[in-house]
Design a protein around this ligand. Structure first.
Ligand code: DON
Length: 584
């Protein structure tokens, strides 16, 4: 069963442990590269939290496929990465099945409750009440994560619910050692989380103080909820005791999610959006994510230039990136929403001719002004909220691939936990456009396409992606958190890989750029030279202050024969990691 090219027993490896000797035996990674990924010939799991990656790798070692590993990792992250891993949120999973040569997009995005309404977040003056949209009980959509993960397992996995849930239950019941990341993120969110008695109890010590690095966090109520899911499947969450606790929480605090909303939650399988980019096929999440459509739109614009010859992160290159981003995000504000409610013009937006027209508008020496691209509003600032979503990728020895991004929206979601059930609720309702032109937590604006309607899914930027080479072989799985910045981050992973020939570690390490039309600012990480920034200013670009970091990609690259896998957890977050299955 195990394809073993090299007689080397792999054990779990952390981030930067490079395998120079192995890499040099395999042409796909240049032995002289400055950054090396983790290497395995047995598949791998990359996530933002090492224990959860390990859970997935153990599932692979026991003969599970990439979907089994992804589902186990997803449930484990709900325990070990509570700011983004979740039961109370939603997300998107791309599954590539090797044998059928088929890629499926599983949409388990939250849905607006039946009693939600268009103006529910407006105050008496008709302005958006941001605190209500982001931190109240009404900010939560009907959670989709449990239904989504179980749908994936049931449809494409090979293991039982009990097998994949057991590690998460153990982690919650016995506890696990708190990471620097968990300790510091709980500290950063303390004011919000302390406002809710259940969150305070679940994530802080009895005296209200935070857990320190190395201390043990036990989550008994969460273990019990996971136990009910393990025993009863979907109805262990959407019906019975868990549902009763959630509905009781709603009743207590004025929330909208009803028992009927929960039992009626629907996972939707969609066709991924795929587009050709320099002979490769880039497949990503379709609406209600804006990610796939706009990544392809931007790639289509960029394909018209020889980017490699300009040099990575040169002013000429960044100018083209920014101008493409500006135009795609302008379109996002008008045309993107839940396709079950609004006719999203996917084919038009991803059309190469449309992109060519946009490319022609771009002055190669001068920045455009966002206000000229489409009538826009000034004074919108990008969200300053601490944001959190998380991506994980799994790949098995048979060539099945999973690329999954899920979220509570903000870090620790609404900050409100379901008392007695041990999990946090999302604040995904803020991803709707509460009022036309009024920015959400990420500075994104929208209109009728993304207005709140009962049963509708809020527009997302999450962009789980799988890239295939010209022969159709999967070569890269990637994705990232980062709210509005997700799409541009994931696109740069693709560009770094395809145009600049970087391996997955180099592509991850490279400084990232972001523009989203409004605000009319170029965001950039440290590592872009001062000379380059000055050239951009000279072209008329308005630069934001340096951004500390953009996103956290968790990626796997494979050689087209599908025998060697190269993983990189993003260096931008503490605690993330690549895990590979131990040899028998
Ligand atoms: O779906 C979306 O686009 C947002 N709710 C994602 C939030 C996010 O990425 C926060 N993470 N950094």
């Amino acid at each position: 069963m195990i394809k073993s090219q090299f007689n080397i027993a792999y054990i779990t490896v952390f981030l930067l442990i490079s395998s120079f000797a192995l890499a040099s035996e395999n042409a796909i990674i240049d032995p002289s590269a400055r950054f090396h990924p983790v290497v395995s010939d047995r598949g791998m799991v990359v996530s933002q939290e090492m224990l959860a990656s390990q859970v997935g790798a153990d599932i692979l070692a026991r003969g599970g496929n990439a979907v089994d590993a992804a589902v186990a990792t997803g449930f484990a992250l709900a325990v070990t990465l509570p700011r983004a891993g979740n039961l109370g949120g939603g997300g998107f999973m791309l599954v590539h099945l090797a044998e059928q040569n088929k890629t499926i997009a599983i949409d388990y995005r939250e849905m607006a409750p039946a009693s939600a309404s268009k103006n529910m977040f407006l105050d008496a003056e008709g302005d958006v009440d941001n605190s209500k949209a982001r931190f109240s009980i009404q900010s939560s959509g009907v959670p989709g994560t449990v239904a989504g993960l179980l749908h994936a397992l049931d449809s494409y996995g090979t293991m039982s619910i009990k097998q994949v849930l057991q590690p998460a239950i153990e982690l919650a019941r016995k506890g696990f050692s708190v990471t620097v990341d968990l300790s510091s993120s709980l500290q950063a969110r303390q004011a919000t989380l302390h406002k809710n008695a259940a969150s305070k109890e679940y994530f802080y010590k009895a005296d209200g103080s935070g857990y320190q690095y190395g201390e043990t966090l036990v989550q008994k109520d969460l273990a019990a909820t996971l136990g009910r899911i393990s025993k009863s499947g979907r109805s262990g969450f959407y019906q019975g005791k868990t549902a009763e606790l959630l509905v009781a929480e709603m009743a207590r605090s004025g929330g909208l999610i009803s028992a009927k909303d929960l039992s009626g939650y629907q996972v939707v399988e969609r066709t991924p959006v795929c587009g050709d980019y320099r002979g490769n096929s880039v497949c990503a999440m379709p609406p209600p994510s804006s990610g796939g459509v706009h990544m392809l739109q931007m790639l289509n614009i960029l394909e018209g230039w020889d980017l490699a010859s300009m040099g990575h992160n040169s002013a000429a290159y960044i100018h083209r990136l920014v101008e493409s981003m500006r135009r795609a995000y302008a379109d996002r504000s008008s045309y993107l929403g839940d396709p079950d409610f609004f006719p999203v013009p996917v084919a038009e937006l991803t059309d190469k001719k449309y992109a060519a027209g946009l490319r022609e508008q771009i002055d190669l020496n001068k920045a455009s002004r966002s206000a000229d691209i489409r009538p826009g509003l000034d004074g919108i600032s990008a969200g300053k909220e601490s944001t959190e979503t998380t991506h994980f990728s799994t790949w098995d020895q048979w060539g099945n691939v999973v690329s999954n991004t899920y979220t509570l929206n903000f870090s620790y979601g609404s900050g409100i936990s379901v008392a007695g059930a041990g999990f946090l609720l999302n604040n995904e309702m803020d991803d709707f456009s509460a009022k036309p032109g009024s920015p959400n937590g990420y500075g994104l604006v929208g209109g009728v396409a993304n207005a709140i309607e009962p049963g509708k899914r809020p527009l997302s930027s999450m962009t789980p992606t799988i890239v295939f080479d010209g022969t159709g072989a999967p070569i890269l799985a990637t994705g990232s958190p980062g709210g509005s910045t997700i799409i541009t981050i994931v696109m740069q992973m693709v560009l770094n890989h395809i145009d600049f020939d970087m391996n997955v570690a180099e592509a991850t390490a490279a400084p990232r750029i972001h523009h989203q039309w409004l605000p009319d600012k170029v965001f950039y990480e440290s590592g872009v030279s001062a000379d380059t920034l000055q050239l951009l200013r000279d072209m008329g670009h308005s630069l934001n202050d340096k951004t500390s970091r953009l996103g956290a990609t968790q990626s796997i690259q494979a050689d087209p024969s599908g025998t060697m896998f190269y993983g990189t957890a993003d260096y931008r977050r503490d605690g993330s990691g690549v895990a590979v299955p131990a040899a028998d």
